[in-house]
Design a protein around this ligand. Sequence first.
Ligand SMILES: NC(=O)c1ccc[n+]([C@@H]2O[C@H](COP(=O)([O-])OP(=O)(O)OC[C@H]3O[C@@H](n4cnc5c(N)ncnc54)[C@H](O)[C@@H]3O)[C@@H](O)[C@H]2O)c1
Length: 248
Amino acid sequence: MANNLANHTAIVTGAASGIGKEIAFKLLDSGVTVYALDLDEKKLHEYYSGRQDKAVPVGIDVTDEKKVNEVFQEIIQKAGKVEILVNCVGITGETNIQSHLVDTANLQKVFNINFMASFYTSKAILPHMVGNKYGRVLHLASIAGKEGNAGMLAYSASKAAMICMAKVQGKEYAETGVTVNALAPAVIRTPLVDMMPEKQVTYMTEKIPMKRCGTLEEAANLALYIVSPANSFTTGFTFDLSGGRATY
Ligand SMILES: NC(=O)c1ccc[n+]([C@@H]2O[C@H](COP(=O)([O-])OP(=O)(O)OC[C@H]3O[C@@H](n4cnc5c(N)ncnc54)[C@H](O)[C@@H]3O)[C@@H](O)[C@H]2O)c1
C-alpha cells in the first residue's frame, strides 16, 4: 500500500512532549521503529520504555552539531536504513514583545534551537537518504513563519527560515526520491503554548477562522501522511494546519 509505513525507521526530535510525542506515538502504532530524541531524558524513558521493541529513546541536545553527527551515524549503523526524519524541537523564546525590545541573545537562542538544529539533523541524514534513493524529511514550522505574528519576531523569523529551508532542500533533492516538506500549525495546546503570555496566545487564537485550537491528533495525522510513501509528488511545500488562517 502506498501509505504503508510498516518496517520504516524514523528519527523524531522533540519526542518527549507535545506534537513530537504524538507523531512518534502514531508512527509506532503504524509499525515504524522510532528513535525518539529529546533533551528531556526522564520524560523520554517515561513515555517510551514500555515500547522497547520499536522505540529507542535518545537523550541529546540537538543544537550540538558534533553530537548530532555522532548520534545519527550510530542510528544509521544500528538501523541500517532510516526513511524518516521529523524535526519537532522548538521554543518560542520571549514573546509579547516589540522588535526594538527584543534581546539579541534570546533571538539567537531561538534561531539556534529552531533553525540551526533542523539544519544539523537534515544535513546529517540527507546523504544517507539520497544514497538509498528514498527519504521523507519534515520540518515543524509554524503559521508564525508565514504570517509574522506581532510580538514574536524571533520565533516568526526562525520559522520563516525553516519554511525556506524546506523550499531549498525540496528543490535540491527533487530528483533523488527524497522529499522535504514543512508543516505550519496555528495554535495547538502544548507546554510550548502554555508557557507563553496569555495575551500572546489570545492574539494567535483569535486569528483562527475556525475559532478553536488544532488538536495533537490533527497535527499527527497530517504529519503521518507527509512522511508516508503516498506523499510522493509534493516537496519543498509547507502544509497548512491553521483552521483557515492561511489560505495560500
Ligand atoms: N504547539 C503549537 O501551537 C505549535 C504551533 C506551531 C508550530 N509548533 C512547532 O511544533 C514543534 C513542537 O512544538 P510543541 O508545541 O510540541 O512543543 P513542546 O514544548 O511541547 O515540545 C518541544 C520539545 O523539544 C524539546 N527540546 C527543546 N530544546 C531542545 C534541544 N536543544 N534538544 C533536544 N530537545 C529539545 C523539549 O524538551 C520538548 O520536549 C515546535 O517546533 C513548535 O515551534 C507548535
